[in-house]
Design a protein around this ligand. Structure first.
Ligand code: SAT
Ligand code: MN
Length: 587
């Protein structure tokens, strides 16, 4: 296969001349092609076959032990002007970076096959979907892209003769962490990624295209590209709402996206539209509508079990790829939290013998499953809807042992933008570096916003001003801990109780009281029947502690200052108003 698209043809000729592959394979996205990609990988050891009776069409991949997560310090936004990348990004001059990368890509595919992977982010039928083409020398990447996107002929056909596509050039190189760069050229809508084969570094449709490049395009065109799950909730009375929630990587987005309401919520229905990314624009009705640009889940495996996320478990039973989990002696994937009883023996993610007595986890903490989204038992039929779904609420959150209460509602849109912008979270294994350090992660976009956060907050403010039907904004924290270091809130399905209050607030019901940081549920407004959360625990969960907020406020000020003139005045107004409100709080 090839193409009649001149722009694409010319680009492929250029990258072929540069990288000098032995063979060029245009991916058509068919099941037969997927089968032969897998066959080649099983033959060369890239993939291992799992028990095909218990895990039909499932395969296992062990990555290089030095290539197990996104590398934020090696990720660059190469905008023409440095100030457009902002303090939130590493910046490099586009010309200089391209020169350096050309040196790395020069001849890098000799002896290898180059896969041309056309893909569509968003439903094929949607006018809001975008096309990209990833060129890669990794069959593993091509196979993952088949699960994660609408890939192959259907994407090429949608592209037609248009020049409007994102060009993504990827090579695993030698997987040398010293020769690894993940680079974005927002003005020319290009991505160049060298030296990693893992997740967001290599599956370019996901974070590189659908967030970093798309966020810039969204700003230019008046829409939003956000790191948000999309969840539909229908009450027993048949009232249906969709919410979007932004949490940093590995903070339970996939679990919330597939929430199983607890027994007390009998008759409620949850439906998953997306678990990681939302593209949003206003509809003619003045509401904000979201599509999920992806077609698969790239979920964190550890902690995914029958109790925590049966929906994810059901999704990944067939046609899935497992990366860096452990493998049992009878060729089944295993990870911490999959079963109550660990296997007596397994091969760990590094390929070493493992037993429960081992002092190391069997699966890497950032090990992943790649599963087709349509296999989710609660997949929403609206996943394929061209216009997406209308959003009632935005929920921001992070992982914080202190400070942030279980839930609060922003007073209005601009306050909500401020709340989202000041969101902070303890770091996780999804990126290399220290785990558990609190850092600001505005809208959970810190690693993914392709431009200056100052301009991004401005864009948010402008989006809110466009309609009086914009979503209501909330902040949640499932991860607050007591003095004993244990989580105060049971989490998982019980989060439905918080969602219930949020939905009530969206229709101007649900009792709330005003605090300096926002509206919180009035006494008794959060349905706790059937939980063991007592009044004392609830008080701790909802506490707005003056000392903690004093520290928080100082941190927020420092953060705003670090953006200098780029920080919109509206954000400073919000800061001042918050500081004033907090002054009234007695220790
Ligand atoms: O590696 S990915 O960026 O795709 C996953 C994540 O960090 O959310
Ligand atoms: Mn994510």
């Amino acid at each position: 296969m090839t193409t009649t698209n001149q722009a694409l043809k010319q680009w492929i000729e250029e990258v072929t001349a540069l990288t000098q592959p032995d063979t060029v394979h245009w991916c058509d996205g068919s099941d037969a092609e997927y089968g032969s990609l897998i066959k080649t990988m099983v033959a060369d050891g890239t993939m291992e076959e799992l028990d095909q009776k218990k895990w039909p069409n499932c395969y296992y991949h062990r990555s290089d032990p030095q290539d197990v997560a996104r590398v934020e310090h090696l990720t660059f936004i190469c905008s023409e002007k440095e100030e457009d990348a902002g303090p939130n990004n590493n910046w490099a001059d586009p010309e200089e970076m391209k020169d350096k990368l050309k040196g790395l890509f020069d001849g890098c595919m000799k002896g290898r096959t180059m896969y041309v992977v056309p893909y569509c982010m968003g439903p094929i039928s949607s006018p809001h979907s975008k096309i990209g083409v990833e060129v890669t020398d990794s069959a593993y990447v091509a196979a993952n892209m088949k699960i994660m996107t609408r890939m192959g002929t259907q994407a090429l056909e949608k592209l037609g003769d248009s020049t409007d596509f994102v060009k993504g050039l990827h090579s695993i190189g030698e997987l040398d962490p010293e020769r690894r760069y993940i680079c974005h050229f927002p003005e020319t809508r290009e991505i160049m990624s060298f030296g990693s084969g893992y997740g967001g570094n290599a599956l370019l449709g996901k974070k590189c295209h659908a967030l970093r490049i798309a966020s810039v395009q969204a700003r230019d065109e008046g829409w939003m590209a956000e790191h948000m799950l999309i969840l539909g909730l229908t009450s027993p009375e048949g009232e249906k709402h969709y919410v979007c929630a932004a949490f940093p990587s590995a903070c339970g987005k996939t679990n919330l996206a597939m929430i199983i309401p607890p027994a007390e919520y009998k008759g409620w229905k949850a439906e998953c539209v997306g678990d990681d990314i939302a593209w949003l624009r206003y509809g003619e009705d003045g509401r904000l509508w979201a599509i999920n640009p992806e077609a698969g889940f790239f979920g964190v495996a550890p902690g995914t079990g029958a109790k925590t996320n049966p929906g994810a478990l059901e999704s990944l039973k067939t046609n899935s790829i497992f990366t860096n989990v452990a493998v049992t002696d009878d060729k089944q994937p295993w990870w911490e939290g999959l079963t109550d009883e660990p296997p007596a023996h397994a091969t760990d993610w590094r390929g070493n013998d493992w037993t429960p007595a081992s002092d190391k986890p069997a699966a890497h903490p950032n090990s992943r499953f790649t599963a087709p989204a349509k296999q989710c038992p609660i997949a929403s039929p609206e996943m394929e809807a061209a216009e997406g779904v209308p959003i009632s609420a935005f929920i921001f959150g992070g992982r914080r042992a202190t400070t942030a209460p279980l839930v609060y509602q922003a007073f209005d849109w601009n306050h909500g933008v401020y709340v989202g912008a000041m969101a902070a979270s303890e770091t996780t294994a999804a990126a290399t570096g220290a785990v558990g350090v609190v850092r600001r992660d505005p809208m959970a976009m810190k690693p993914f916003c392709g431009y200056n956060f100052g301009d991004y907050f401005q864009h948010w403010i402008e989006m809110g001003a466009k309609s009086d039907k914009a979503p209501k904004i909330f902040h949640v924290n499932w991860f607050r801990k007591g003095d004993d270091g244990k989580f105060l809130w049971p989490g998982f399905g019980q989060n439905m109780r918080v969602l219930d209050w949020i939905l009530k607030r969206c229709v101007d019901a649900g009792d709330a009281v005003e605090t300096p940081i926002g509206y919180v549920p009035a006494d008794g407004a959060l349905n706790l029947s059937g939980t063991n959360v007592d009044a004392d625990t609830m008080a701790k969960l909802m506490d707005v502690n003056p000392d903690e907020w004093k520290t928080e406020l100082a941190g927020e000020k420092e953060y705003l200052e670090s953006y200098g003139d780029d920080m919109p005045k509206e954000m400073w107004d919000q800061y001042k108003a918050l500081a004033e409100r907090l002054q009234g709080v007695k220790a």
